[in-house]
Design a protein around this ligand. Structure first.
Ligand code: SF4
Length: 106
């Protein structure tokens, strides 16, 4: 009789602990993945995988640059993270766009 209640409590405590970081960033829980076809994303050449950058269109791109080491990405716990350039979306940590700025710490 006690076991289900204990299990339920542990489950909800774990989910709360895991969900807390997501909810600590405003809007993060509801942010959708940035679509590369979105006009704003397309304007800066956003791609989900930096290896797919059109080097002819973006000659400043250098291998090794990606969202994960850009100054504009905000958190480090997920493959998709908030980006200051696209506040309503999350971007792929392996992605890239022409607004990339090296984060000196990464
Ligand atoms: S600004 Fe930086 S983090 Fe944001 S999409 Fe462009 S490269 Fe990625």
């Amino acid at each position: 009789m006690q076991e289900p209640k204990r299990r339920k409590f542990v489950k909800s405590a774990l989910l709360g602990a895991l969900g807390a970081p997501l909810l600590s960033e405003p809007g993060m829980a509801m942010a959708s993945k940035l679509n590369p076809a979105d006009p704003a994303a397309a304007a800066v050449g956003y791609v989900e995988n930096a290896s797919k950058v059109d080097a002819k269109r973006f000659p400043t791109y250098k291998p090794g640059q990606n969202c994960a080491n850009c100054s504009l990405i905000m958190l480090q716990y997920s493959p998709y993270r908030p980006c200051k350039l696209f506040p309503k979306n999350v971007v792929n940590a392996n992605g890239w766009c022409s607004a990339w700025v090296k984060n000196p710490l990464r």
